[in-house]
Design a protein around this ligand. Structure first.
Ligand SMILES: Cc1ncc(COP(=O)(O)O)c(C=O)c1O
Length: 447
């Protein structure tokens, strides 16, 4: 946990090295060290851990990681350690976490179904899960959907379930970590996994041809890249993978509810239909509930239930949240959604136009993620801290989430942000960029 401006991990390295010295000083005949301390000490000697701990120490009070929010408001302010900021770090893009219908759905389901069903879905589920999956399918215009407790658990459960020995799984490098973790399990189960270093259809053709013969072919990729907010060329990649006899698997966590017709996501926007793709959506971001889902047919769902270990051995989405998912689907299909989405897009347009006017390089904007280019890792943390001190919180995205010199300030626009908060953020960004001489687009750099 990081309290703003305080060093909290600083003493950890010191304590661990003191523990190490003490251990070395132990007489040879003393008992074998046991418990959590030797484990912690051994892990702390790992090179990556040491570098990360040292980095956290050096940047304590600057990196704004692992924050604790003491209070939040309906218009997306957050109080952290006595300091109130506009929170531009929430992916509850539509603000449905504050919507009375969602609160009502949760509190009505709670007395009827309890806080948790207490069983793996492989054993039993409240009927609410069927209702939620049907409503999701109706909203997306697909035959069926299959809910997991998170997108991570969907990716880790699905990728080994949809591939088998002899198959080729191509994974876009910029995909979310959980896609890569799922691919590791698919590889362990016998599929051949290769990385696509850029979302380029020609490169995809080359990679598949170099991989040689295979049975099934799957391309796993994000619909909206979570750090930059950029969208890969899904239509071209889909045409290529289908010409090679394969299918695209799109983790559309950040597109769900925000991008495309009625918020059906980046894949629906690019392809026009979700018929020939496996689209994984999030129920935790724009939906403000909990979970993830994949589009499928009833027949495929039956097979996925047999082959997906996170479904069989893991717990479910709690019943009140299943009720909330159905309530969000009702909103998605209503005219109210048009109003909420327009509010979000108005804010996205206002922010990106403002950035263009002051010459700040940025990515994204097709979704609610807009990432400001900083570059250097320490400058990225410093810019995040300076914005925070001016009353605005945005996330500093640094290596390994982005390339080593590709630091970004990741701003997430929400439909419930007041317009004055967007304008205030733009002023603060301009001020920080000027003060710290951060990179700007050439044309506006002189202002
Ligand atoms: C593209 C993508 N996939 C998966 C996840 C993980 O989602 P969850 O929190 O539901 O596990 C994220 C989270 O930010 C994401 O951006």
């Amino acid at each position: 946990m990081t309290k703003v401006g305080q060093i909290t991990v600083g003493s950890l390295l010191q304590r661990l090295s003191a523990a190490g010295r003490q251990k070395m000083a132990m007489p040879a005949d003393s008992s074998v060290p046991q418990g959590l301390e030797p484990l912690t000490e051994r892990l702390s000697r790992n090179k990556v851990t040491r570098v990360a701990l040292a980095f956290l120490d050096a940047n304590a009070g600057m990196h704004l990681k692992d924050l604790l929010l003491d209070a939040t408001t309906d218009d997306r302010r957050a109080t952290i350690d006595g300091h109130t900021v506009w929170n531009f770090g929430s992916d509850s893009f539509l603000g449905l976490d504050r919507h009375p219908r969602i609160h009502e759905a949760i509190s009505e389901a709670l007395p009827a179904w309890g806080a948790h069903n207490g069983a793996s879905r492989a054993f039993s589920s409240p009927v609410l899960v069927d209702e939620a999956e049907e409503k999701l399918a109706a909203w997306l215009g697909v035959p069926d959907t299959f809910i997991y407790p998170s997108v991570t658990l969907a990716n880790v459960g699905l990728l080994p379930a949809i591939t088998q020995p002899g198959d080729l799984l191509v994974v876009d490098r910029e995909s979310h970590d959980s896609v890569h973790q799922g691919a590791k399990l698919a590889a362990a189960a016998g599929a051949r996994v290769v990385e696509l270093t850029a979302p380029d259809p020609r490169l995809l053709e080359r990679v598949v041809s170099q991989a040689g013969s295979h049975a099934g072919l799957v391309l796993a990729i994000d619909g909206v890249y979570s750090m930059s907010g950029r969208t890969p060329p899904l239509a071209e990649l889909d045409a290529t993978v289908r010409s090679l006899g394969g299918i695209m698997y799109v983790d559309d966590a950040h597109g769900t509810g925000v991008v495309g017709p009625r918020g059906r996501g980046a894949a629906a926007e690019a392809l026009g239909t979700l018929d020939n793709v496996l689209m994984v959506g999030s129920l935790s971001k724009a939906f403000s509930c909990l979970g993830g889902f994949v589009t499928c047919t009833p027949e495929l769902k039956t097979i996925l239930k047999i082959r997906s270990s996170t479904f069989i051995f893991g717990g479910p989405v709690p019943p009140p949240y299943l009720a909330a998912i159905s309530a969000v689907c009702d909103i998605m299909m209503s005219q109210e959604y048009d109003v909420i989405l327009e509010a979000l897009h108005e804010r996205i347009r206002r922010f990106t136009a403002g950035l263009d006017a002051i010459g700040i390089e940025h990515h994204g904007g097709d979704s609610a993620i807009i990432s400001l280019v900083v570059g250097d890792m320490e400058k990225t943390f410093a810019a995040g801290r300076q914005l925070f001190d001016r009353g605005y919180y945005a996330q500093s995205a640094t290596y390994p989430a982005v390339p080593i010199h590709g630091g970004l300030l990741r701003v997430q626009i929400n439909a419930i942000h007041p317009l004055e908060a967007i304008d205030g953020l733009l002023n603060a960004v301009e001020d920080v960029w000027k003060q710290s001489r951060l990179p700007r687009r050439r044309a506006a750099a002189t202002s």
